[in-house]
Design a protein around this ligand. Structure first.
Ligand code: GMT
Length: 388
């Protein structure tokens, strides 16, 4: 290891792609010899509870004194960040999701002036929260005060600049997958529990929030099923679930749809699918489509946000305008009724995931940003090479 760092990481530990990316990054940095300190209100769910070398966990306790109508989580977090930064002599704090983490980091820095702050924007912290006039100025302030800012797609960088009128440099750091975890799993046995051999499997995985447009998944599936014998697997849970169940009943598809609820072994589950559907209204990147790609499964996605940077149209999946379920169904039928095309796309998926979005490349990019903000010149270390 050339120059190991002490890095604090704050993220949402129990939900969302931002927490997944932050935790996986922390694990990879620890493997590369850095000391990683998670500062969160719970153990990040992807961390697991087993001892891991170079990984430390600092729990944020929130004071709930009776005069508080709302326990001041943000202040407790900022205070913990500063304590850990001073006690452990952290070099930097990497916060994932601007609200409230970037502003808490700013406050912590006032109490630990040596600390550098790197903020990663993940999507809805800008596309939804920066539209809220009561938060907008604070988000802009936190971004401008960070020593480095990264965003998970070029589209998110564009939207951040437009919405917040920001001119500062923002580094592009795509989501990534660990190729040791995300690869095509053998699931021929398991598949027979869900579909007959002649049937295809379409899948959707999300938190079932309105932004995911899960009812578009049902409409698309209904059309596909008219031409191609198929099943739909829905993975995840969230507020739109009752609406989705209602739509499935209305369309008479109950016996063709399987609800799997929340699943941890995503690589295993995705490997069951022939195609993933991601018709989101907003999606700064679409981590789940990358997870699918790494398992050799193409995605039919909307043209929202950063999805077109991830999915190469007609090569690793298809892109359609938001809400155009007719076109999405047409693409699915084209793919599912042509085995040769499906095999070609599968290979293209594996190649793209491993070459463009591989863990080594993106981790190295984050490392370079850390060294830059710390003003450290490091001996050039071996460039990560990602390949099949
Ligand atoms: O998908 C979600 O709604 C969860 C959200 C989050 O807060 O973690 O995901 C965002 O961050 C992910 C990781 O960078 C991206 O892959 C998702 O595209 C992004 N979600 C949206 O922009 C809606």
């Amino acid at each position: 290891m050339n120059d190991s760092l002490k890095i604090g990481i704050t993220c949402y530990p129990s939900l969302g792609g931002s927490g997944v990316v932050a935790t996986e990054l922390g694990k990879l940095l620890a493997e590369r010899g850095h000391q990683v300190h998670f500062i969160t209100h719970n153990i990040p769910f992807r961390l697991g509870s087993t001892f891991q070398k170079n990984i430390h966990y600092h729990e944020v306790d929130v004071n709930d004194y009776y005069v508080f109508r709302y326990p001041p989580y943000d202040l407790s977090l900022a205070s913990k960040m500063a304590q850990v930064a001073n006690m452990q002599q952290l070099d930097l704090l990497h916060v994932h999701y601007a609200v409230p983490h970037a502003i808490c980091a700013y406050l912590a820095k006032q109490m630990a002036p040596h600390l550098k702050v790197v903020t990663t924007l993940h999507g809805t912290d800008i596309t939804v929260l920066a539209q809220d006039e009561s938060l907008k100025d604070m988000i802009r302030f936190a971004i401008n005060q960070s020593d480095a800012v990264t965003a998970v797609s070029s589209d998110l960088i564009r939207e951040t600049r437009e919405l917040l009128d920001i001119t500062r440099e923002v580094d592009l750091t795509y989501n990534f997958v660990d190729k040791r975890v995300y690869y095509p799993r053998d699931c021929s046995q398991l598949r027979s529990d869900f579909a007959f051999p002649h049937e295809k499997i379409l899948m959707h995985i999300s938190n079932f929030r309105p932004v995911k447009r899960v009812t578009d998944v049902i409409e698309t599936f209904a059309r596909v099923h008219e031409s191609v014998p198929s099943r739909l697997m829905l993975v995840g849970e969230g507020p739109d679930m009752p609406k989705v169940q209602c739509k499935i009943r209305e369309m008479g598809l109950e016996d063709r749809v399987h609800f799997l609820g929340k699943q941890d072994e995503i690589a295993q589950v995705i490997s069951l699918a022939d195609v993933l559907l991601l018709p989101s209204e907003k999606e700064s990147f679409g981590l789940v489509a990358l997870e699918a790609m790494a398992c050799g499964v193409p995605t039919i996605g909307s043209e929202a946000g950063g999805i077109p940077e991830l999915i190469s149209h007609r090569e690793t999946g298809y892109l359609a305008p938001i809400g155009d379920t007719d076109l999405m169904a047409q693409y699915a039928i084209e793919l599912l009724s042509n085995d040769e095309l499906a095999a070609k796309m599968r290979e293209a998926c594996l190649h793209r995931a491993r070459n463009v979005f591989c863990n080594d490349l993106i981790t190295q990019k984050y490392e370079e940003i850390y060294y830059r903000v710390l003003g450290k010149t490091v001996t050039p270390f071996e460039r990560a090479t990602c390949e099949l």
